[in-house]
Each structure stands twice: as C-alpha cells, then as structure tokens.
Write a protein that binds this ligand. Structure first.
Ligand code: MG
Length: 217
C-alpha cells in the first residue's frame, strides 16, 4: 500500500511538472524566445560553451539571457554576469535537476521583451533531468572526452531526449586515449535523430557548427 502511494505521488509530481513546462513553453513562444536547455555532467564544459556562444551571438546582435542552475553557489552566475547579459541564479539545494516550476519563477524575473535566446544551464547530472522537462525548445547534452568513451551509452534515456549531443574537449581526446568515433557510433545507435557536434570550447572549435545545429548560425 505504501509503495502504491509513493508511485502515485511521483506520477503527480511528474504530471504537474509537464503541465508547468508546457506553460513555460507557451510563455517563451509568445515572446519569440528560443530557449535551450543545456545538460551535462559536472565539468563537461556547459558553462564555457554557453559563454562562447553568448559572445558570438552578441556580436550578431542577438540578445541572450541565462538561467544558471546549480545545487549551490553563484560561480556560474558570476561568470555569465561578466558577459553583461541578464542572468538568474537558481540553486536547487539538494535537488539534482531544475524543474519547470523553478524555471517559471526565473522567467518572471527576466525582461522577456529584451531576449531572443535563453540558455538554461541545468544542474550537472545526466540522470535526474530526464524526468523534468522545463519548456525549452531544444535540449543540448554535453559530454566531454575526459569523462571517457562510454558516457553516451551509459545515459540512453537522456541522450534519446536530446536534440543535439555535443562531444566537448576534443583536443584532449588523444591524451585521454578516447576515440571520438566510439561516442559518435553510440549516439547514432541510441539517439539516431540527434546531431552530434564535436567541440573544444577552449579553442572555439565547433562553435559555429553548434550554432548551425541550433538554427542560430
Ligand atoms: Mg557550470
């Protein structure tokens, strides 16, 4: 009996999140904002990739904003602030993912009329966010070669939900003894609908290709 109740409660939470995600999506579309949910493990390079994209887009007159999600602290928030774009810091405390409700409050704080693109940097995790859509138009999942060549096949649910899979830090592939073709092959098998983009955010490799995949290039 106890178990059944737990399951029902879980289903309610997920259904409420989905409803809120749909509301977020409608709200963002009304303001013609392209919202991109960026996922990836801690240290995969989410923040740096977003920073690089913001700088390129700013030069093209595209107005960016960011919701910086983290369990604690404002490290990423401060980095984004340095790019002089609107940023909202979202700390989840103990939760391993953002949810649509938290994002809806962040949207309330942003001046929607002044944004073209909104990046949401999710909490560094490749498991929990799969159950919690946020209302974004695109899901971009980042893995890096420093995490090994098995990151894609170990996370089939999230990879299958992603529109774009980024393999980052490719300039370190040789030193890490990682063959990026293994990651590409896994992506083609697990998530055949996704685009796989090889990047190195430090050098800027693949950033234009990534923007094209996001239909921003
Ligand atoms: Mg980060």
């Amino acid at each position: 009996m106890h178990q059944v109740k737990d399951v029902e409660l879980g289903a309610d939470i997920l259904a409420a999140n989905r409803k809120m995600a749909e509301e977020n999506s409608r709200h963002l579309k009304k303001h013609q904002i392209k919202c991109i949910d960026v996922l990836g493990a801690i240290g995969s390079g989410k923040t740096l990739i977003i920073e690089k994209l913001i700088e390129i887009l700013k030069k093209r007159g595209i107005r960016c904003g960011v919701i910086a999600g983290d369990v604690a602290g404002d490290d990423d928030y401060q980095r984004f602030k340095g790019h002089r774009v609107p940023v909202i810091n979202l700390n989840t405390g103990k939760e391993c993912h953002l949810d649509a409700h938290l994002v809806s409050h962040a949207l309330e704080k942003l001046d929607m009329g002044k944004l073209d693109v909104l990046f949401i940097e999710n909490v560094g995790n490749l498991v929990c966010p799969a159950d919690f859509p946020l209302g974004s138009e695109l899901t971009v999942t980042i893995v890096s070669v420093t995490e090994g060549d098995d990151m894609i096949r170990k996370h089939p649910v999230l990879m299958g939900m992603s529109d774009i899979i980024v393999v980052n830090k490719v300039s370190l592939a040789k030193i890490m003894r990682v063959d990026t073709r293994v990651l590409e092959k896994d992506a083609a098998r697990i998530a055949p609908h996704t685009s796989v983009i090889l990047t190195d955010a430090v050098t800027g490799t693949g950033m234009e290709e990534l923007l094209r995949a996001m239909k921003l290039g």
